[in-house]
Ligand binder design. Structure first.
Ligand code: SAH
Ligand code: SF4
Ligand code: F3S
Length: 447
């Protein structure tokens, strides 16, 4: 683990952060940890031992919100036995009115509710919460997102946001409402951050954004995502350059060409399809058709000698009929994704889809997702089996907590490979022979 930069106070207590949701939140938690350490707090492994407890939340599906509310319920006794404990509800969920309302009514022991917009003001807000016996609810305008202290949680791979927010307003999605409109960071700030991380010894950088492919459109600097990839690819010392998430509408041939020419840009493309039905795609406001998506994947196959393709799929979007679902299955069978993250549509307050007619019954949604998962698992397994007996170059990223000889590594195509060795291989780029294939992971042999 790395130290956060900046001024550090004398030890004032201990903190514990629990992170829900996507990589953006993982990064934001690293910033929260940075702030807390600059305020003099130290991390602890047990929540019972902390003085500040942060839940960094996600609002993307209802289940994610329910999980946090039931977690809050379970925290009530801890707060009773430890009245000085500060409980913070942070992140995307905390950005919504109905959530702060519910906290006020049912969980008034929470000390601070603050969203992604107030990340720069976290220390002041926490201090305010410490001095108050009411719940402090931050409803401020989006603040600055540069110059944060970041306490990185990993020594080998690091996250670097290149944009914040989203302008796409897919009709099912809460993200534009809780993260605000899309804003690109300046190329100089990104390049400086990546260079600094390489100097510190990081091997793998993942660029983050809700739609990385539209990077730069709001900057007028004549730089797009493909250009940014190319510049970062040339930085000495970097091993793997990854990015997420792509949007099919903005993923263009220039990006594919730069992946092909790049040395560090990994040949893994996460390209959320969401649905295979043109009718549903239109209702989702995704801005492409199945034919367009197919031609894009064909272009990728034509231009890249090897690659992996993963996707996100939603079943049970309002108005999805059996024939629309069949269209999704057909696309899945035709394209053969290496992996798919599948979700049951969840209505989100404030989004357009929530008010659409013909919401799909829960038992139909369940049936569809089970069938989709069954088909996709077979495809993932078939794809992974093709690697049996081959040598793969992997970056060793971590080791098992229970057995230090068991390593986790990843191929450029983002396949996770577990293997055993007595040597210290963390951060090394090595060749392993694939001896076992499962749908989500591979087992390798290192000699
Ligand atoms: N910006 C990224 C990630 C968005 S959230 C993107 O555009 O792909 C990650 C995934 O959650 C989405 O791709 C979508 O498949 C899923 N998702 C978002 N809103 C959802 C909802 N209301 N119900 C079910 N799944 C949802
Ligand atoms: Fe949500 Fe669509 Fe934006 Fe992704 S692109 S964050 S799914 S609105
Ligand atoms: Fe969830 Fe917020 Fe990410 S809603 S998926 S944590 S951007």
């Amino acid at each position: 683990m790395r130290e956060a930069d900046g001024h550090r106070e004398q030890n004032t207590g201990f903190y514990y952060i629990e992170t829900y949701g996507c990589q953006m939140n993982v990064y934001d938690s690293e910033v929260l940890a940075g702030h807390l350490e600059n305020m003099g707090y130290l991390p602890v492994a047990q929540e019972e031992d902390c003085d500040v407890l942060v839940l960094n939340t996600c609002a993307v599906r209802q289940k994610a919100e329910e999980k946090v509310f039931s977690r809050l319920g379970r925290l009530r006794p801890l707060k009773k036995t430890k009245p000085h404990l500060l409980i913070v509800l942070w992140g995307c969920m905390a950005q919504q009115e109905h959530v702060s309302q519910r906290v006020r009514e049912r969980f008034s022991f929470v000390d601070l509710v603050g969203g992604t917009h107030s990340l720069d003001r976290f220390p002041q807000l926490l201090e305010k919460a410490r001095q108050s016996n009411r719940t402090i609810i931050s409803r401020e305008e989006e603040g600055d997102r540069e110059g944060f202290p970041v306490k990185r949680m990993d020594d080998i791979k690091a996250w670097v946001p290149i944009s914040h927010g989203c302008n796409n307003y897919c009709t099912y999605c809460i993200v534009p409402y809780v993260r605000g409109p899309e804003k690109s960071r300046s190329p100089q700030a990104i390049i400086r951050e990546v260079k600094g991380l390489i100097e510190e010894g990081y091997k793998e950088i993942t660029l983050l954004g809700q739609n990385v492919n539209s990077y730069g459109k709001d900057l007028d600097k004549g730089m797009d995502f493909a250009d940014l990839l190319q510049i970062l690819d040339r930085l000495e010392g970097l091993v793997h350059l990854r990015y997420m998430t792509s949007h099919p509408r903005d993923f263009n041939e220039k990006i594919i060409q730069n992946i092909r020419q790049g040395k560090k840009i990994c040949e893994h493309i996460h390209l959320p399809l969401q649905s295979g039905s043109n009718k549903v795609l239109k209702m989702m406001n995704r801005g492409y058709t199945r034919e367009y998506y197919l031609s894009l994947t064909r272009k990728i196959a034509d231009l890249l000698p090897y690659y992996s393709l993963t996707t996100d799929l939603i079943v049970g979007f309002p108005g999805e009929e059996e024939k629309d679902f069949d269209d999704t299955l057909e696309m899945v069978q035709k394209i053969k994704f290496d992996a798919a993250y599948t979700f049951v549509y969840s209505p989100r307050p404030g989004t357009k889809a929530m008010h659409m007619k013909n919401q799909v019954a829960p038992e139909i949604k369940k049936k569809r997702i089970m069938l989709l998962n069954e088909i996709q698992n077979e495809i993932s397994l078939e794809k992974n089996r093709q690697l049996l007996g081959t040598e793969q170059i992997v970056l060793v990223e971590g080791r098992s907590k229970t057995d230090a000889r068991v390593y986790a590594a990843r191929t450029r195509t983002n396949k996770i490979v577990h293997f055993t060795s007595h040597k210290n291989l963390l951060g090394a780029l090595i060749a392993v022979k694939i001896i076992e294939a499962k749908p989500w992971t591979l087992t390798g042999e290192y000699r």
